[in-house]
Each structure stands twice: as C-alpha cells, then as structure tokens.
Unconditional design. Sequence first.
Length: 304
Amino acid sequence: MTCRSAIYPESDRNWHSVSHLGVLLVGFAVRTPECCSSLEFPTPPSPAIATPPPNPTITTPPPSTTTTRDLQTTSIDHKMSDPLPRILVLISGNGSNLQALIDATATTPPLLPATIAHVLSNKKSAYGLTRAHNSSIPTTYHNLVPYKKRHAPDQISLARQEYDAELARLIIEQKPDLVVCAGWMHILSPAFLVPLEQNNIIIINLHPALPGQFDGANAIERSYQAWKNGEIKKTGVMIHYVIQDVDRGEPILVREVEFKEGEGLEELEGRIHAVEHEAIVEGTVLALEQMKRRAQEDAHATSS
C-alpha cells in the first residue's frame, strides 16, 4: 500500500519482538499527541461545522438508512457522546479490510474498542463505500481527476499537492484519533502528512509484504513471481506507521506467510487476504494501545 504518516525521533523508538503462534509482533513506543492523556479524550468546545468546498463529493448514507448514530458520527461534537477513539478509514476498492474493522467493533466485547467514524475513498465505484453505508457510517468521495484538469499535464505534481492538502483538510475536519489506510492506493505527499502531524493525528497502513520487501503497488504479484524465480521462500503482511517513504514506516505487526508448492497466484492472494483481515484488526488495536500508553506516560511525567 502507499499510505504515510508522521516520523518520530530515533530516541522515541523502543523495539522488541515477541514470537507467538507464528505471529511476529514488532512494538515500539510511538509519540502520541501531547494533548491526550488517555484514549477517552476530553470533550472539546463546539465549533461550527465547516462546509467542504465544492471540489470533493461528499456522500452520506441514504435517508432511508439514516440513524441516530449517523448524526453522532457526523457531528464535530462527537466526544460528548462517544468516549471511544475515533477511526477514519481510507479505502480505494472492495473494502474487505474495512469490513473486518467494522465487524471487530461489533463483537461483544468488541475486539476493536473504537468507533469507525468516517470512511473516505478516492474511487467512486469502491464497494467499500457500500459497506460503510450498510453500517450507517458516513463517507466521503475525494478524487484526484478534478485537480488534474485544472493544470497542464506537466504540472501533475502541483495537482497532487492541492489534492493532498484538501484531503488533509477533510480528514482533520472529522477529528479522528487514528487514520487507517486499508487498501488506499494513493501516494501521500508532505502536503498531506505535515498538516496531520501538526494536528496530532496518527496514520497506520496495511501492506501485503514483509518489511523492506516489495514496497508499493502489486506486492502480492511481485512476491509470487520472486518465489517462482527461487528468490524468496516466504512473504507476509505488515501493519506499519506511515512515513514519507512508501511502506517504510516502523512495523507494528508482521505476519509471515509461507508459499506452497503448486499454488497459483489466486490461491496465494486468498490466503494473504485472510491474514490481512486478522492483522488489520490486531495492528489497529496495538496502535491504539501504544497511543494510550504514551499518553499515560506523558501525563505521569507532567504530574511528577
């Protein structure tokens, strides 16, 4: 995947790994917003709801499916009625990993103690938008094409910067505590990353490869071909913090997947997707726990 986030100083990283049931977890202390003391965030004042400019298309659940939850998750004053951390999910396609997150918030007790507050897609046809509507989660469609049309073909980088800046504004407006890239196929520039870092919003990403292998798009296909060529014996899935370098952020969770003799690409894709659906939930939980732990440490340091 191609999503990114804030870079934290080397001194803040505390790496350790634990092997458990074939799962490699890589944890470290991540700098959490200074203003936060726990995952149950304080109630902010009630600002006026900003109206998005005409460029992005905002879609919400149809009137027939609108519920009280819709009104709560759309409101800027969400923390008065929703003490759980708010997650905004970025998607570009089918949304099966989004569905895994949604399902994990609905179990009793919830595997993922959080609220999926908003879903944003850069593809209008993404089925993940339907999944969100079916769960009464507000959505936004924000596409790059209108920005490209404003500029000459040789100014694509300027169009991307404008797009990313507006994407950041749309996300910040929703006041999420965590952004999860779940099949988001768009490389994010500093025009996006810097504003989110300034607003203490952390970003994580799912990538279907092991750390340092097959960065960027088509990772499964490329790993399969490398295995066929005798170059590697295993691949995997990782959840990592997002930085400017594509798929190079510090891993939160890593799961290895062995290749099987005689297996085709479709079979491998199916097995990897099944691992993704578990890993994205576990990695999101770990990210939230790291945020809470850091907030508690900061609060203790302040009170000492």
